[in-house]
Design a protein around this ligand. Structure first.
Ligand code: SF4
Length: 117
């Protein structure tokens, strides 16, 4: 079975928001958190089991740090996800770094900090 290009250009999200990082090398800095759905690692210490499935909707913060979430349908086209990330950076004066919250089955891009979700 082959995957159609259109299927490759979407993702299933839990949420996107901006916050001050509370752990790791970037603690204390503003970051954009992108939490993906469908984690399949099943860690026994998991406190985020809601990421194990794919909800029909995801929540996207409209204004950085304001928790004024919009609700959008899953799956999300990747160009739209990139627009939301750009909006998070456009609305504040400082450029945030990006934290990806996902499982370990891919190589994260060099421009982001990677944390298991
Ligand atoms: S990687 Fe994170 S979300 Fe996934 S099972 Fe482990 S702790 Fe839970």
């Amino acid at each position: 079975m082959t995957t159609k290009p259109a299927e490759l250009s979407t993702t299933r999200l839990i949420e996107v928001f901006s916050a001050i990082q509370g752990e790791g090398l970037n603690v204390g800095t503003r970051q954009i958190f992108i939490r993906f759905a469908l984690c399949d690692l099943r860690c026994n210490f998991c406190d985020s089991a809601y990421t194990w499935s794919a909800p029909s909707t995801c929540r996207i913060e409209r204004s950085p740090g304001c928790r004024d979430f919009e609700t959008h349908s899953n799956p999300v086209p990747l160009p739209l996800l990139l627009q939301w990330i750009e909006r998070q950076n456009f609305l504040v004066c400082t450029i945030a770094s990006v934290s990806l919250e996902a499982n370990h089955y891919f190589t994260p891009p060099s421009w982001c900090n990677f944390y298991p979700s």
